[in-house]
Write a protein that binds this ligand. Structure first.
Ligand SMILES: NC(=O)c1ccc[n+]([C@@H]2O[C@H](COP(=O)([O-])OP(=O)(O)OC[C@H]3O[C@@H](n4cnc5c(N)ncnc54)[C@H](OP(=O)(O)O)[C@@H]3O)[C@@H](O)[C@H]2O)c1
Length: 239
């Protein structure tokens, strides 16, 4: 089920993570070049989810490799957004701790909505100068590690983001899970096996969680449509 916009999270946006994965749990091949394997129905699911959100959040590698524009999906989704009181297009937010995003990426050639950058003090002055004209806003986290809680408060306070869809990839997802910032997970399980121990999963990153630290979710829906399984999970309270 796709919920309409609301925030139950107070000082930060509600975060919905949407990913497609193979039956063996992979979200992209080891070299990251195979990443689109969902059906057109899954693509529509993504657009429907986007149409409930103020913003879309993505890691810099996903934006570059998938050449994503993070658009609203076309006229019928524009209408759905407007009927929900949202802007015609979602804000587009890129996470790049070192500012390594390519300024020639296709997303920067389309100006239908503001693009924001979430980065850290690791970004060099030169990169900041190159990237500044491409972004309407920049959150620079103090220190070398990104403080997602602070970044998300900034999104809520300055950009009025109440509900945000995160579309990966695995490195960004891992950081969000570690910061306990994922409220809802939409996972489409697709009928193929990719294999490969370097292929990405839902949440990569250097260290996983112990069983005690594992983030617990409750399945709230599970629907087989065609060859795919559309599942939804909600975060359970951590204590
Ligand atoms: N199957 C699916 O549903 C799905 C969904 C999304 C993506 N994908 C695929 O997954 C692949 C990309 O995933 P990925 O895991 O390699 O990369 P990613 O998470 O998209 O992006 C990684 C980059 O994001 C920035 N980043 C992420 N976490 C950060 C943190 N905690 N602090 C600072 N910066 C952070 C860093 O940028 P800088 O290096 O610039 O600092 C990092 O190099 C692509 O092939 C994509 O198409 C698949």
């Amino acid at each position: 089920m796709i919920q309409t916009p609301h925030s139950k999270t107070g000082t930060r946006p509600q975060v919905i993570l949407n990913m497609a994965m193979t039956a063996d749990g992979k979200t992209a091949s080891a070299n990251r070049q195979i990443h689109a394997f969902g059906s057109s129905r899954d693509q529509r699911h993504l657009y429907k989810l986007r149409s409930t959100a103020d913003a879309i959040l993505c890691g810099s590698r996903t934006v570059e490799i998938s050449r994503a524009l993070l658009d609203n999906g076309g006229n019928c989704f524009t209408r759905a957004r407007i009927s929900r009181g949202l802007a015609a297009h979602p804000l587009r937010i890129i996470v790049s701790g070192s500012g390594s995003i390519n300024p020639g990426a296709p997303i920067f050639q389309h100006s239908f909505s503001p693009i924001l950058l979430i980065t850290t003090r690791r970004i060099s002055g030169a990169k900041k100068r190159v990237l500044s004209p491409l972004f309407e806003g920049m959150f620079i986290s103090p220190g070398s590690n990104l403080d997602f809680h602070a970044a998300f408060r900034w999104l809520r306070d300055k950009w009025k983001v109440r509900r945000m869809v995160c579309e990966g990839g695995a490195e960004l997802n891992a950081a969000l899970f570690a910061s306990d910032l994922v409220d809802e997970l939409h996972l489409t399980i697709c009928p193929l096996i990719m294999g490969g121990n370097q292929a990405s999963t839902i949440a990569d990153g250097k260290n996983g969680f112990t069983l005690e630290q594992a983030k617990l979710f409750k399945m709230t829906s599970c629907r087989a449509v065609g060859e795919e399984l559309f599942t939804t999970y909600t975060r359970l309270p951590s204590d």
